[in-house]
Design a protein around this ligand. Sequence first.
Ligand code: UDX
Length: 460
Amino acid sequence: MKIAVAGTGYVGLITGVCLAEMGHDVVCTDIREDKVLLLKSGCAPIYEPGINPMLKKNLDAGRLHFTIDSEFAYKDADIIFIAVGTPENPDGTANLDHVYEAAYTIGLCLNKDSIICTKSTVPVGTNEQIMEIINSVKPVHINTQSVSTPEFLREGSAIYDFFHGDRIIIGTESEEAALLLEQVFLPLKIPIVKTDIRSAEMIKYASNAFLATKISFINEIAAICDKVGANIEEVAYGIGKDRRIGPQFLQAGIGYGGSCFPKDTKALVQIAGNVEHQFELLEAVIKVNNRQQACAVKKAKELFDSIEGMRVAVLGLAFKPDTDDIREAASLTIVKTLLAEGASVIAYDPVAVPNARSVFGNVIEFTADIQTAISGAELVIIATEWDHIKHLPLEKYVQLMRNPVIIDGRNCYSLKDVSKHPITYVSIGRPSHIEEHAQTRSNSAKEGWYDETFTSILPD
Ligand code: UDX
């Protein structure tokens, strides 16, 4: 099958590379020439386990092409996937400019009958507008059919998810288009759900909203566990054993981040608002998540009178492990709040330092070496559960910090192991282990480099 993909962002790139891996002839197009050149050389602009070898293999096999030439991409395509970004507008709605621009270009370039599939996350009704745009500019003798195929890839395991997803949604009013799409995805042996276009569009938002709700729910229970002396891990295990609830997405922590949950939850609140439905539950989910992202520094302030002048190591910048993506990461809230409180920050991440540097510049120190981050720190805040962090022996904190204090935002260590070390350890929804030294922080540490004018140069 000849397939074109509009957009080489996360979804577009993974879709293009994986469809080529399945044997299809794929042309991916993007308006950014620098990206296209990089991709042509066999290098992915994103960090995603397994992407580079698969990219290179399919380029070498001649099944995968990258171009800025839209006409070359679309003119012979049997199927065109739209996978451009839908960033957030200031009011929380999805910005559809790129989607509509792509639709217009596709319409102008079409040279044969084609199926237009939208993978970008778009509000209900958008696919109809996409088709209106395409139909308004395409040659009259060419037939197009519309399909919504929302994407459920997780960053960090996107290739695995493409080949082993839980379901593939094919939303269309055209039986012919549904059959063709089924043919494409059948070899994956993933259950296919056929539905109408509007329901398919809604399935994507509803899935992400439900998962975000699970996370905020468990974080609420964790906050109560903190106060009543229960342990959230035991609680999550106990409730997750109920098959109606299930064990996944019950990991309490400092909240969800990334390119999807924060954006899609806000967009769904807006979509509901547009039809005069106040989505109160989802509004609360968002509010809880904002509170959760701020809770690590709040816990630090409860522990110490002040963190002004304190040297704080933030371990993990990516919004989750196995990605260099820092969009809406809890680490950003943590670093900004620490700076506003007058702490000095050294941040560690195995891969996300370049992205974080573009946000914070030289305002904080960065390192890709975890021990360098911890050395001499007075407080460690864990923001991402990287294996590098989880596998760091607790002895290292004892060796490298004078009076080790860890606020673990991702519950990386077992309480039993922590109790064997002279470490003050505060986590999420689990009993804390407080050493006496935490309360008697030396005055010298308070004489930091903090300067009153500093907050004025903090990034937003
Ligand atoms: C998500 C959806 O899972 C995916 O189906 C959709 O297509 C895109 O959005 P992604 O953002 O890559 O994928 O990551 P995911 O693994 O879902 O995690 C999202 C956030 O939730 C992360 O910040 C993670 O740390 C947090 N999370 C996840 C929790 O805090 N607790 C959990 O139990 C699970």
